[in-house]
Design a protein around this ligand. Structure first.
Ligand code: C2E
Ligand code: MG
Ligand code: MG
Ligand code: MG
Length: 278
């Protein structure tokens, strides 16, 4: 592939790939240590009610505070983690830490939903529901109704029946589900119909072009109408400017998330943000 671009090109690419492979391998070997040394942290991104402007939820977004490489974003290590047996423990840690933090905020009187991303491995883990239950038991101030699990389409693809049973089991605990990156997967509509999710999160690749593309505006509006017709609520991701925010408000989206509202931030800053809202 790179070769067809001719010349020295492929040497360069080859080197690059090699470098990337070595880095990936090194990082994979460091996941266990990272867990043990508590190098993972959760950042939080506010989600607002688009009608009132109030912060009504926060999404937990993992970061790796790497001792040599600095703060790593999920893009640089989650694919690696996903292919490693450590992923189950990382996922379990995310749930535990997100619930603990949500419980603390609830004790402090902050009313908000806690949104947690699930990985493919967690979906396939038959103990997910049990894990969730025991975490909720340890977090009495955090109502199960305030916990929302986010799931990307592609990871549920293998077995819709199994995934929808898992969703039902967890929903019977009180938690809800969101279909994340909605619109990017190969089976978006089927999922919407069959999975029994409570919420969709419209992917930023539909939201960001809205200001300059009527077609994207129309598409987003259609998604919102379709979701609402099925009793599913809508969060728009990737709101980067004021005009997009207004377009989404007039399109009837329920909730919004994006840099225009707030960037993901450490828990301490999030608490300050919530304090200002009160
Ligand atoms: P996601 O769940 O779709 O999360 C939203 C991503 O969009 C976040 O990237 C967030 O920082 C970014 N974002 C927020 N506002 C804007 C905006 O206005 N414009 C643009 N262009 N982007 C915005 P982040 O934190 O790098 O996370 C990337 C992905 O990694 C997440 O996408 C999620 O799929 C995954 N991820 C993050 N934390 C976890 C986790 O704890 N567990 C699992 N399994 N996956 C996670
Ligand atoms: Mg998400
Ligand atoms: Mg998303
Ligand atoms: Mg995404």
């Amino acid at each position: 592939r790179a070769k067809s671009q001719g010349g020295n090109c492929w040497v360069y690419y080859d080197h690059d790939d090699d470098e990337r492979r070595r880095t990936a391998q090194r990082l994979r070997g460091e996941l266990e240590r990272a867990l043990k040394q508590k190098e993972f942290v959760l950042y939080w991104q506010p989600i607002i009610n688009l009608h009132t402007g109030q912060c009504v939820a926060a999404e937990a977004l993992i970061r790796w505070q790497h001792p040599e490489r600095g703060l790593l974003l999920p893009a640089s290590f989650m694919d690696i983690a996903e292919n490693s047996p450590a992923m189950l423990r990382i996922g379990a840690w995310v749930i535990q830490e997100a619930c603990r933090q949500g419980n603390q905020w609830a004790e402090q009187g902050f009313l908000l939903d806690i949104q947690i991303n699930l990985s493919a491995r967690q979906i396939e883990n038959h103990r997910l529901c049990e894990e969730l239950r025991s975490n909720l038991n340890m977090c009495p101030a955090l109502l199960p109704e305030r916990v929302c699990l986010e799931l990307v389409e592609r990871i549920a693809l293998r077995d819709i029946g199994k995934t929808s049973r898992l969703i039902q089991d967890c929903q019977s605990l009180g938690v809800s589900f969101a279909l994340d990156d909605f619109g990017t997967g190969p089976a978006a509509l089927q999922y919407l119909l069959e999975l029994g999710c409570n919420q969709i999160k419209i992917d930023h690749t539909f939201v960001i072009p809205m200001t300059r593309s009527q077609r994207h505006q129309d598409m987003v509006r259609a998604m919102i109408q379709m979701a609402h017709a099925l009793g599913v609520s809508v969060t728009a991701e990737g709101i980067e400017d004021e005009i997009t925010l207004q377009l989404l408000q007039t399109s009837g989206a329920d909730r919004g998330q994006g840099y225009r509202i707030a960037r993901p931030m450490p828990a301490q800053e999030m608490a300050t943000y919530l304090g200002k809202q009160k």
